[in-house]
Design a protein around this ligand. Structure first.
Ligand SMILES: C[C@@H](NC(=O)[C@@H](C)NC(=O)CCCC[C@H](NC(=O)C[NH3+])C(=O)[O-])C(=O)O
Length: 351
């Protein structure tokens, strides 16, 4: 199916609206066949008054979950992990419920409590308390299992960072190889993702990058520069650094079968609706969004202190889009930024 041409004016309008609602800057890159569009507004560094540009690196937050999923599904294809086996078969310390399977973790159906609900109840104090901390996977899992589950295993979709922290621990326990090496050898190097890295627990972003600014719960206070942090509170659930070109290439490679063999890709892209009107769905470490022009795009969103990300591609990988606004704890900006999907894939110009 041929898509409408991307609307550059539509992307620009959405990015300006994001700035009007408090984002210091925003960027979008669209790759469509042989054409690339790079659109940026505002500032990458407000103190230095540096302009944003679409090639800058940033923290991708939960888009990291798809990187972790690719590693896991490669292990499934290698016969080293069974999707429907109890996760406890592969963990150093058992989860409280033996009925939680690997698939439950990948599809956010385990019921494991999301420890970030407590950790970031107060946004800036919560962030300041952990920004230089280094956690083990087990410490994060223990924070979660101190709470009752949100649902019986498999009974409901309940998004939780804990699921992908458990998957990081599972991958390291099964292979004896750290996540950083897994990402590097199985994804970054084979795809030539030169602007993508996993430097946990280092706090700095190398190369050309955008600084991120988290908004205080008291919105009258100035934004807090949240660029330097370990992201140890998320790790395999949110600590990857990348840029728009690399994320576009990553998602196009996934749906084109370049990273995950067909049998596992089919599992990954078996989407379950997660909202009332069915426009949003979740597969295995993958979000689906049905847009106004009838096309469904596949990818992931990300929220980490200072950065909102949308990274999606068409089912055939022929058109990909990544957009980022360098603020967070600002629901309006997050919602407004989703408009880049309509502009990029449906040619919608909101003005
Ligand atoms: C939802 C998103 N999830 C992620 O990207 C994961 C890694 N991030 C979170 O769970 C949010 C952590 C708090 C952010 C903080 N918020 C607060 O502290 C709220 N009190 C902030 O906005 O910076 C996704 O999957 O798309």
């Amino acid at each position: 199916t041929s898509l409408p041409s991307p609307s550059v004016t539509g992307v620009l309008a959405v990015q300006k609206q994001a700035m009007a609602n408090g984002a210091p800057g925003a960027l979008t890159r669209i790759d469509s066949g042989a054409s690339s569009y790079r659109i940026a507004v505002g500032k990458a560094d407000t103190a230095a008054d540096t302009a944003m540009d679409a090639d800058r690196r940033f923290r991708v937050g939960s888009v990291s979950k798809t990187f972790t999923t690719v590693v896991l599904l490669q292990l499934v294809a290698e016969g080293r992990v069974d999707l429907d086996a109890p996760a406890n078969d592969y963990l150093p310390k058992p989860l409280p419920d033996d009925r939680i399977t690997v698939r439950h973790l990948l599809s956010h159906r385990s019921g494991l409590w999301d420890y970030t609900n407590d950790m970031f109840y107060h946004t800036v104090p919560g962030f300041e308390a952990v920004r230089n901390k280094v956690f083990t996977f087990q410490e994060l899992i223990d924070l979660s299992t101190a709470h009752q589950p949100t649902n019986q295993p498999g009974a409901a979709y309940s998004y939780s960072n804990t699921n992908f922290v458990v998957l990081g621990q599972l991958i390291e326990h099964v292979t004896g190889v750290p996540m950083a090496t897994q990402y590097e050898q199985r994804i970054f190097q084979p795809l030539g993702l030169k602007n993508t890295s996993y430097v946990h627990p280092q706090t700095t972003i190398t190369g050309s990058y955008a600084r991120g600014y988290v908004r205080d719960d008291d919105t009258t206070l100035p934004l807090v520069d949240s660029t330097e942090q370990t992201v140890s509170w998320a790790q395999s659930a949110g600590a990857v650094i990348s840029n728009s070109a690399d994320l576009n290439r990553f998602f196009a490679a996934i749906v084109s079968g370049k990273l995950v063999p067909q049998p596992q890709l089919r599992e990954m892209m078996s989407m379950v609706p997660v909202n009332a009107d069915g426009t949003q769905s979740y597969g295995l470490g993958l979000r689906g969004r049905k847009l106004s022009c009838g096309v469904t795009v596949y990818g992931h969103t990300g929220t980490v202190q200072g950065y909102y990300t949308y990274a999606f591609t068409t089912a055939d990988g022929k058109r990909s889009m990544t957009s980022m606004a360098n603020t967070s704890n600002n629901g309006t900006v997050n919602t407004v930024l989703a408009g880049t999907l309509e502009a990029a894939f449906c040619g919608v110009d909101p003005v």
